[in-house]
Design a protein around this ligand. Structure first.
Ligand code: SIN
Ligand code: FE2
Length: 209
């Protein structure tokens, strides 16, 4: 049935792939899993080391969780809000990371960390590299749910040209190996009303430790 099958994978680099619709069939279960995590480790707006409030609201699950504060960027075993370990990584997320990496021809990153990002309309994320992890070649699996957003895909240098990738509900982006340190970000979400979704969710699955 044309139109119902996800589009073919799109190469974003030698070891980077956009997998349109890859997580679509698992989206309801993923949204349930997010709700379960947030009931234990609520969303919060973290501060940058420079003291600015990050627009994206965040939480984590897995053995390690990414945090930002005046003390810097770091992974912690416990949620600083509760002092308790982050909620465990749901098996569904571990399986999705393995399957998406396989679809991209990359080794299973065996993630121990999942950052949950919530974008409201008008919120974006500046260009950055993910470099707080121990292994800077292990694949990152990034899942988009809810409102669409434009993913900004740059090069290995901040000044390199940036490609605009229109991510929809259920899309996955995977990058590892030689592409692992590519700069990336998210354009501010459109403010126009959208009946179907109140926000965009992004799950970033990584091996941190
Ligand atoms: C991130 O780089 O942490 C988030 C990327 C995204 O929201 O798609
Ligand atoms: Fe990132």
């Amino acid at each position: 049935m044309p139109g119902l099958l996800p589009a073919a994978p799109v190469a974003l680099g030698p070891e980077a792939w956009w997998l349109p619709g890859f997580a679509l069939g698992r989206a309801p279960a993923l949204l349930d899993a997010i709700a379960g995590v947030l009931a234990q480790a609520p969303l919060r707006q973290m501060q940058t080391p420079g003291g600015r409030r990050i627009g994206v609201a965040m939480s984590n699950c897995g053995a390690l969780g990414w945090t930002s504060s005046r003390e810097g960027y770091r992974y912690t075993a416990c949620d600083p809000l509760s002092g308790k370990p982050w909620p465990p990584l749901p098996a569904l997320l571990r399986a999705l990371a393995a399957d998406a990496a396989a679809a991209a021809g990359l080794p299973d990153p065996a993630p121990d960390a999942c950052l949950i990002n919530r974008y409201l309309p008008g919120v974006g994320m500046g260009l950055h590299q993910d470099r707080d992890e121990r292994d800077l070649r292990a694949a990152i699996v990034s899942v988009s749910l809810g409102l669409p957003a434009v993913f900004l895909w740059g090069g290995l240098r901040r000044r390199d040209p940036v490609q605009a990738v229109p991510l929809a509900h259920g899309d996955v982006v995977v990058w590892g190996g030689v592409d692992r340190l590519r700069f990336h970000g998210v354009r501010r979400l459109a403010r126009a009303a959208q009946a179907r979704w109140p926000c965009r969710w992004n799950l970033t699955l990584r091996r941190a430790g």
